[in-house]
Design a protein around this ligand. Structure first.
Ligand SMILES: [Zn+2]
Ligand SMILES: [Zn+2]
Length: 154
């Protein structure tokens, strides 16, 4: 299998989300920022998550708690459901972030809002949808191309 980035892109992490985490490049679209934030959850880059969170929507958010949240979550795959072309200053991305919980694989399903602050995309907030449970015959969200029962639920 070709190595893919944590965010599910067919480009290696070093060329995909890592340059954003290291601030070498800026996200061009809300989807790219969303993907890099997902990868930051997987790699535990709490500072990046904090920095890419819109300052006006940070109430109660801090790096220590974000780091804790990264450690506690076991994300196994990202699925972009909808990413309409953004306007010059705001955009939306709907995604399912799959994670393992005991023997089950569940999805955090969210439609997130993004807007630009000083020319950079930031995450504002999300509308959380009902949690979904992965079925044994569903396509595996890890990107292996198999049914879930042959991989994550095997
Ligand atoms: Zn990526
Ligand atoms: Zn799989």
């Amino acid at each position: 299998m070709t190595q893919v980035c944590y965010c599910g892109a067919s480009t290696a992490f070093e060329q995909c989300c890592q340059p954003l985490h290291q601030l070498h490049i800026d996200a061009l679209t809300p989807e790219q920022l969303m993907r890099s934030r997902y990868s930051a959850f997987v790699t535990g880059d709490a500072q990046y998550l904090f920095d890419t969170h819109h300052p006006e929507y940070r109430s109660g958010l801090n790096v220590t708690e974000l780091a804790q949240a990264c450690k506690q979550s076991k994300f196994v795959g990202l699925e972009i459901v909808d990413a309409p072309p953004p306007s010059t200053s705001s955009g939306e991305v709907e995604f399912k972030a799959w994670y393992q919980q005991g023997k089950e694989v569940l999805a955090l399903w969210e439609r997130s809002q993004f807007s630009k602050v000083d020319g950079l995309w930031k995450y504002c907030r999300g509308e959380i949808k009902p949690t979904i449970k992965l079925g044994r015959n569903d396509p595996c969200p890890c990107g292996c191309g198999l049914k879930a029962k042959k991989c994550l639920l095997g």
